[in-house]
Design a protein around this ligand. Sequence first.
Ligand code: ARG
Length: 602
Amino acid sequence: MFRSILTSRLQAAFAAAGIALPEGLDAAVALAADTRFGDYQSNAPMILAKQLKTNPRALATQVVEKLDVSDLCEKVAIDGPGFLNFRISPVALAAKLLAIVSESSVGVDAVADPRTIVVDFSAPNIAKPMHVGHIRSTFIGDSLARVARFVGHKVITDNHVGDWGTQFGMIIHGWKTQLNREALKADPIHELVRVYKAVNAATKTTRENENGNEVPLEPEAVAKAQELRETCKGELVRLQSGDAENLGIWKECVRLTLEQLERVYSTLDIKFDHYLGESFFNDALAPLVDDMLAKGIASISQGAAVVMSDGSVKPEQDPFLTQKDGEWVPAPCIIRKGDGGFGYATTDLATIDYRVNEWQADEIWYVVGVPQQLHFRQVFAAAQRRGVNTKMIHIAFGSILGPDGKMFKTRSGETVGLLEVIDEAMERARAAVNEKEQGFSDAEKDEIAQIIGGGSVKYAELSQNRLTDYKFSWDKMLSLQGNTAPYLINAYVRTRSIFRKLGDAANLTSDCNLTEPAEIALAMKLAQFAEAVHDVLADHRPNTLANYLYELANTYHSFYEACHVLNSEGVVRNTRLLLCEGTSRVLKQGLGLLGIKTTERM
Ligand code: ARG
C-alpha cells in the first residue's frame, strides 16, 4: 500500500535526520484531500514544528533531505506552511496495476500480525419475531468477517442463536394448545411467532385505552391471564428440568427455525462456522456463577448473584453504576436470579470462556444493536475481572426506518424481519429482470434476480455509516443510478462486456504506459483499493469500502468517456485494457467483501 510504505519511509527519514517524534505523534501519510498538489500528504513536520516551536519549512526540508521515495514518487514537495505532498509516479502506478490484475490478493497486502477473531453476528431468537436489527447484524457481521479473512486473519464466525429462554414456556404451551400444523409446515418461523404472540398477548393483564394509556383489565380477565402465566411457567420449569415431551417440542422448534434460516442464509451466501446457541452453554452456567462467587467477583444481593462496581474506574466509566437524581447508584449485573435462573449475561460470560479456551480467540467482535451497549459493557468488565484479556468489541449499529422515517413495516403492516425483507427484495428484483427481455432463460433470470435482490439490500445497509439510522427505500436501493448495488454490478458488467467482445483478441500483456490524466486517475483509484479494505477494519465500517467502490465506478465511467479503449492500438490499448481488467477485478473482489455477488450479464 502506498500509504503505509510512505508512512514508514517518512518515519525512517525523521529518524535519519535525528529528529525524535514525541509520543503520540507519528509520521502519518494520508490520502490528499486536494489532489492538485499531490496524491498523498503529511502534516507531521508542521505539527512537530509547532510543538518544538521551530520553523516548519526548515524542519520539513531537513526531513525531506533524508527521505528516499524515488521508487514511488515523481516528486515530494514542501507546500504552504510545511505540508509534504507526494506525487506517485506513473511507473509505480503501472506496477501496482499489474499486481492488481495478476495477484489473487488483488493488490491488497496481508496484515503483519494475523489474529484469531471470533465474529458473533446475526443471532436471531428461536420462535420470537426477528427484528430489523438482525438484518443489520447479519450483513455487517458477514462483511467484516470476509474482510478480516481476506487480509489474513483467522476468522471464526459463530451464530449465537437465542435458542433458550423464558419465551419457551409460552411457545410450548401454545404448541400444545393452538398449533396449526399446516401453517407450521408452510412457514415454521411465522407459525411459531404467531403462537408465541397469541399466548403472550393472552398473558397481559392490562390493555391500552382510547388515550393510549395502559389500564388494568376486568378482575376476571386478570385472573385468567395470571393463571395462564402460571401454566406457561410450569411448562418452562418442566423444560428446564429435562421433561421429555417439552424437550422434544423445544428441539423441534429449534430444528425447524434453523432449517428455515439456513435457507435464507444460503440464498444470501452467508455461512457460519458454528451455531453455538445459548442452550449450548447451559451446563456451564452454574459452575461459572459458583466460581465468580468463590473468587469474590460476584456477590449475593437480595437472593440474586450479582456483579457490582469494584470502584476501580471513575463512575462515568463504570458500567455497574448509574446516575439517579444526581447520585451514582449501583446498576448490578445479575448473573443468577433469585429463583435460581440464569440470564443473558451469564450465558455470554460462559460463551467468552469457550471462545477463549477452545478457540484461542485474540479478539471477539459482537455485531449487535446500540440498545445492548450496557449489557456488553457489563459483560466485558465482568469477564476482565475474571482474567480474560481477549479484546472484546461491541460493534454497534442504529435502526432501520421505513421510508416515512418511522418504524419499518412490511407492505402488510407487520414489523419487518430478515425473512420478509429478503422475500420482497427477490420478488422486486425478479420483476425488474422480467422487464428486460434480453434473451435470458428463466434459470438465468432467477439467478440474476437473486444477485441483484440480495445485493441491493446488503448494499443499502453496508453503504451506510452503521451508527446512523437509515431510511429503507426499495426504489432507491434497486435503482440503476446512484450509490446502489445495481449501479456497481452494472459497472462490472460493462467491464466484462469489453472482454466478451474481444474474446481471445484481448491478449493482455504487461506493457503499461499511463499518460492520459483519466488513465492516471483511474490507476490511482485502483491502487487505493488496498487502503479502503484495510480502513474497514480500523473502525469496523464496511461503508468505507462501499463508498470507495462507488467512487471507483464513477472514475471508471469518466475514464471510459475520455479514453477510447477498443479503437486504440498497441501499448495504449493494452494499458487501457489493463485498467478495465483492474476495475473489473477490484469491483468483483470489493463487492465480494461486502458479500455481494456479481453477474457477467444483466
Ligand atoms: N439473540 C440476541 C438478540 O436477538 C443477540 C445475541 C448477540 N450475541 C451475543 N453474544 N449476545 O438480541
